[in-house]
Design a protein around this ligand. Sequence first.
Ligand SMILES: [Zn+2]
Ligand SMILES: [Zn+2]
Length: 164
Amino acid sequence: MSPGADPLARLEGGCLCGALRYRLACDAVLCVYCCHCRDCQRLSSSAFSVSLVLPAAAFMLLQGDPKSIARRADSGREVRGFFCGDCGTRLFDRVIGQPEIMVVKAATLDDTAWLRPVAQFWTGRKQAWVTLPQDQLVDARQPDNFAEVIALYRARHGGSDAGS
Ligand SMILES: [Zn+2]
Ligand SMILES: [Zn+2]
């Protein structure tokens, strides 16, 4: 990592107003991906969202009490999204039926410069002007589970230089 960067800023994040704060356990990130689905476009008010997947046990809410809303994702999966009731920032999703993982909206981290996505999901819905990277896993929809993306992320960013 670059000299002077604050290691905690890579692991801590929160909502826009500061009511909600969280911390990720060290080296817990399983993978980082971008999602171009319509829900992510609407929720982020942007072309795509950047998400990171980690074991649910590696996520600690430090402060605040998020509100949540259930929705049916484009995949058909039922997802519960958690957000700040004061400022509306979306912080993380839980997939119903997959309680062991957590999908954190990576833009809420204090330091986002280290994020290196390895996959692009729902590219069938992407904005026409978005150019996809050549070296990432691309799926017009999304895989049934994260196994392949996690293996790719581990191959590229895992091992001794992960997170430090
Ligand atoms: Zn807030
Ligand atoms: Zn999405």
